[in-house]
Design a protein around this ligand. Structure first.
Ligand code: ARG
Ligand code: GLU
Length: 713
């Protein structure tokens, strides 16, 4: 929000200084601070003409809006693929070769792993197309085109309507628009809300479901540094894995079949071998998940002082148990690898977010902004329309904060961290099924879920987690449920839910874990969640009004919609940063740093022998930089968030230079408060990726598919 200030109070001045900035940047390539106001934001690729194009040029880009997004010709967007609904990936060959992060492909890598074929530990490289491994359930999605459908979606919507009337009309309009959209039969559509419901866009998409695993480095490269280095700079992780899209003979989406063939893309990214230097332009193109840049101060205060700390405490307690057991046993390590990584990831993110908000004094700055906002309302005579917004927020957050935490704690305990409780939660749905048909439907689903949970279940770990997190949720902690339940054993659990509804319910009466959990679950569904949903909807309505107020009272072209898992670009430059007084972080790390961090046999910092040998021999092939060093990761000022994992970092000419995978710790506050001084995204240098594929894994066939270029020569 800080970045809105100049527009509000010094609008003319700003535009003047923006122009001068441009020349300064171009002629002397001086410090980021000059172009700071052109950075930040996650922009809609179909709306880049004008201001965004100018910003990009100021930052050193040769790309036009049409190079990035064009519906009549192939453009960069045709190489950007939403990976499994959560991450981003990009096409890097004419045969559908897909690059994403190691942590994005991690559950697939894990699913193919066993103690005998430990791809987590040793990596995996398909020798030829036949060796590439299919992945049930994995899908990727292309964006064919984007259309502004705001008018049609809001047709007939009036301020006088209640929230639910509004919603049902919007849903109805949206269905009608989708019905009328011209598209091919294999394509889909979706409509998403932007600017808190002030704008709507339609997306025509294409979904592919035959996606095969092609290659992954060992965890000691792909997840090097693990939790200790996660969200931290300097970083030395080769966080990548490779997949391939398969299509039917007509190059169209198809379910998995041995008859399918590699997909031929409309566009794939050439790969630059020339690397980056501080000040170089970087474009990150992907599917950011969720941000909240327009929150009031009271919300940020709630999140950082109450909500984050309670989540952090529960996860910390769970992780202590998991980490200890995973170090003791290989079987447990494999079973819990993916789960532990997910839990640890946000645990550490929330800590960093709090740090960043505190360091940047974000709450006080927001309060200042709000005071000025109120003043401007008065000056513009708009008080009547908007003046209750901030006090409405205060009242609502006051009512919301306890219930929000209570609800989240329930989810942390019953969904995220403890699996016995998760199984009882899923079973509850069966217990309350209204008729035989829905009972059967829930049972079918439950059988699947129980099997999935037990595939990676260890009762010692789970019991330990229960003992350690439950006191943070309730005074009623009863570990003995683990000795008197069928859920901890798959066969017994499946038996428990066999029979007609009456029989199953009777058996559940004798299951200690189910009986223990049921009152908590009922409390959740009957009181906690309804109360939460009601307040959340009220807050959303005020947030919508606030967004609208900001855009009318403080008009600016620089408002960008919060992330909502739709395709966006964010542009910036390669930049180091100064996290504290006397410290400056350089923007590039090298293989030397991997070796410096090396701890033999450590679960986080081990380095494979082959990589150490390549380092000793300085055998980097064409992947070294001009000083003969092998770059590993680099920093940029791109405004990214969860979901941007696997997003390509693209140079000024549209070539791939890196793979986005993380942010610096304090910079994770960019989800609420992007600040160009301390927010940095972390990318793995594409030359390290190529070096690992080529020199480490010897997977030359993959290098041969790619188009390697020298744009700087
Ligand atoms: N922090 C990055 C992200 O949010 C990387 C996570 C994977 N790495 C890890 N050590 N868990 O996804
Ligand atoms: N690692 C994150 C992800 O999985 C991206 C990093 C971030 O949140 O910035 O999407």
């Amino acid at each position: 929000m800080k970045r809105l200030l100049p527009f509000l109070f010094t609008a003319t001045l700003f535009f003047v200084s923006c122009k001068t900035t441009k020349t300064i940047t171009k002629t002397t390539n001086s410090k980021a601070i000059n172009t700071a106001d052109t950075q930040g934001g996650m922009w809609i690729p179909s709306l880049l003409e004008g201001m965004n194009e100018e910003d990009m040029t100021a930052l050193g880009s040769n790309l036009t809006a049409k190079d990035i997004y064009d519906i009549n010709n192939s453009s960069l967007k045709d190489a950007i693929v939403h990976f499994n609904g959560g991450c981003t990936s990009e096409i890097i060959s004419s045969s559908g070769l897909l690059l994403t992060n190691h942590h994005c492909g991690f559950s697939q890598i894990q699913a193919h792993s066993s103690i005998e074929n430990d791809y987590i530990k040793d990596g995996f490289w398909a020798k030829n197309l036949e060796d590439e491994l299919p992945n049930e359930g994995l899908f990727v999605e292309f964006i064919i085109r984007i259309e502004d459908v705001t008018k049609a979606v809001l047709n007939g919507v009036a301020d006088t309507m209640s929230a639910s009337e509004k919603k049902s009309l919007i849903d109805k309009n949206s269905r009608q628009i989708q019905k009328n959209t011209t598209k091919s039969e294999w394509q889909n559509t979706k409509i998403k809300s932007f600017f808190k419901g002030n704008q709507y866009f339609l997306f025509v998409t294409e979904r592919f479901e035959d996606i095969r695993l092609v290659g992954a480095p060992p965890t000691s490269i792909g997840k090097f540094g693990s939790d200790t280095d996660n969200w931290v700079w300097p970083r030395h992780t080769g966080d990548f894995s490779m997949f391939r899209i398969y299509a039917n003979k007509d190059n169209k989406p198809a379910k998995y079949s041995t008859d399918n063939v590699p997909y031929i893309p409309k566009h794939y990214l050439p790969i630059s071998l020339d690397g980056v230097e501080e000040g170089d332009f970087t474009l990150v193109f992907g599917f950011p998940g969720r941000t909240n840049e327009y929150l009031p101060a009271v919300a940020i205060e709630h999140i950082t002082k109450q909500y984050n700390p309670s989540n952090i405490a529960i996860r910390e307690a769970a992780l202590k148990v998991m980490d200890e057991q995973m170090k003791k046993s290989n079987a447990i390590r494999i079973k819990y690898a993916s789960k532990q990584a997910k839990i640890a990831n946000y645990w550490k993110k929330w800590i960093g977010e709090n740090l960043g908000i505190e360091k940047s004094n974000a709450i006080a700055k927001k309060r200042d902004f709000e005071a000025k906002f109120t003043k401007t309302l008065k000056e513009k005579g708009l008080e009547n329309k908007y003046s209750t917004i901030l006090s409405d927020f205060d009242k609502l957050y006051d009512a919301f904060s306890d219930i929000n935490i209570k609800r989240r704690n329930f989810i942390e305990v019953f969904v995220v961290n403890n699996e016995l409780l998760k199984m009882t939660l899923r079973t509850y749905k069966m217990d309350i099924a209204k008729d035989d048909a829905s009972f059967e439907k829930v049972r079918k689903d439950l059988i699947k879920r129980l099997k999935a949970i037990h595939k990676n279940y260890d009762v010692t770990v789970d019991k330990g987690v229960f003992e350690s997190i439950m006191p943070l949720y309730t005074n009623n902690v009863d570990v003995s449920i683990y000795d008197n339940t069928s859920f901890t054993d798959l066969e017994k659990a499946l038996k428990l839910i066999e029979g007609n509804p009456k029989e199953v319910r009777e058996k559940l009466l004798n299951d200690a874990a189910y009986q223990y959990a049921k009152p908590f679950i009922e409390e959740f569904y009957k009181t906690i969640n309804p109360k939460y949903q009601k307040l959340k909807a009220e807050i959303a309505a005020v947030q919508e009004r606030y967004m609208n107020a900001l855009m009318t009272v403080v008009p600016s072209k620089r408002y960008y919609p919060d992330a909502n898992s739709t395709l966006r670009i964010t542009y910036g430059q390669v930049r180091g940063y100064a996290p504290e007084d006397g410290v400056y972080y350089k923007p590039v790390s090298y293989l030397k740093g991997v070796i410096e961090k090396y701890i033999p046999n450590d679960y986080e910092f081990d380095v494979p022998l082959k990589l150490r040998n390549l380092y000793n021999a300085k055998d980097y092939g064409q992947y070294a930089d001009k000083n003969g060093k092998l770059p590993i990761c680099f920093l940029g000022t791109n405004h990214t968030t969860g979901g941007n994992s696997g997003s390509p970092a693209i140079d000024t000419n549209g070539n791939l230079i890196g793979l986005n995978f993380d942010r610096v710790w304090e910079g994770t506050m960019s989800d609420m408060n992007y600040d160009p001084n301390i927010c940095r995204n972390i990318m793995v240098d594409i030359r390290y990726v190529l070096f690992i594929i080529d020199k480490y894994a010897g997977a030359e066939r993959l290098i041969n598919e790619m188009k390697l270029v020298h744009p700087k020569k």
